[in-house]
Design a protein around this ligand. Structure first.
Ligand SMILES: NC(=O)c1ccc[n+]([C@@H]2O[C@H](COP(=O)([O-])OP(=O)(O)OC[C@H]3O[C@@H](n4cnc5c(N)ncnc54)[C@H](O)[C@@H]3O)[C@@H](O)[C@H]2O)c1
Length: 252
């Protein structure tokens, strides 16, 4: 059996680390890309079948170098998971250009740069791209002017990739996680926001890193060989639901 290789960005912790573990369980090998060197090397030291690569996905030179390292080490690439992301919630009037750029750099430029650099290798294997957006890219909310807009852009970029790269047999799909208690979420989810999410989610809870990772690994696998251009929310039903859920829940 051919050894399958994935790149997971933002793999040092959270959803990216859980996804890396799930790939390893499925006998893939993983290039773990992250800009947090200490966290990355510590996470990678506990795993076998991984190549840690310290890189900032928002920097074109670092991206080119990372893809070259994957090619030198593994000689092939079957899937790219663009998971690295940053969250910064703030009002429109307080989101100065530097804050806006910080979010866009990683969340949208990083996805574009990594995907473009990985395309020649993915053409050879008819591989897959999975981009991680967010429910904040599907439904607008307050304080997410940069974050929500960056994630909506990731959703559309995925469709652009599917439209153009399908020609080469490359599939591109997008996963929109609901809230997961990672370092990223806990830095911006106040007690009020946590309570509001519970109210708005039919399954009435946060998701786990593994519940998101399972969807990502499925979309990268042969099991999803005819699935491309899709936006899959792994969100406990958040996106499908309108007003009235908490009151109806109270009556049941
Ligand atoms: N946790 C949630 O509730 C939630 C909800 C919806 C979407 N998401 C998305 O899921 C993805 C993963 O989030 P998480 O909660 O696991 O976050 P996290 O903060 O726990 O992990 C993100 C990782 O990405 C790395 N990273 C950030 N910017 C980078 C860059 N420019 N280059 C390389 N590495 C970089 C960080 O160092 C970190 O290790 C993000 O795209 C996030 O927007 C998360």
């Amino acid at each position: 059996m051919t050894q399958k290789i994935a790149i997971v960005t933002g793999a040092a912790r959270g959803i990216g680390l859980a996804t890396t573990r799930l790939f390893l369980r499925e006998s893939w090998q993983v290039a773990m890309v992250d800009r947090d060197e200490d966290a990355l090397l510590e996470a990678a030291s506990e795993l076998t079948g991984v190549l840690p690569i310290v890189a900032d996905v928002a920097k074109p030179d670092a991206v080119r170098n990372a893809i070259q390292q994957v090619s030198d080490h593994f000689g092939r690439l079957d899937a790219l998971v663009n998971n690295a992301g940053v969250a910064d919630f703030g009002p429109i009037e307080e989101t100065d250009f530097a804050r806006w750029r910080r979010v866009m750099d990683t969340n949208i430029d990083g996805v574009f740069l990594m995907s473009q650099a990985a395309t020649p290798a993915l053409k050879e294997t008819q591989g897959a791209i999975v981009n991680i957006a967010s429910i904040s890219g599907l439904r607008a909310s307050t304080l997410r002017v940069a974050y929500g807009t960056s994630k909506a852009a990731v959703i559309h970029l995925t469709k652009q990739q599917a439209a153009e790269l399908g020609e080469y047999g490359i599939r591109a799909n997008c996963v929109c996680p609901g809230p997961v208690r990672t370092k990223l979420a806990m830095a911006v989810h106040t007690p009020d926001i946590i309570a509001a999410y519970h109210d708005a989610i039919p399954l009435n809870r946060y998701g786990t890193e593994e519940e998101i990772g399972e969807v990502i690994v499925f979309l990268c696998s042969e099991k999803a060989s005819y699935v491309t251009g899709q936006i899959v929310a792994s969100d406990g039903g958040f996106e499908s639901t309108g007003v009235g859920l908490p009151s109806l829940r109270g009556q049941s």
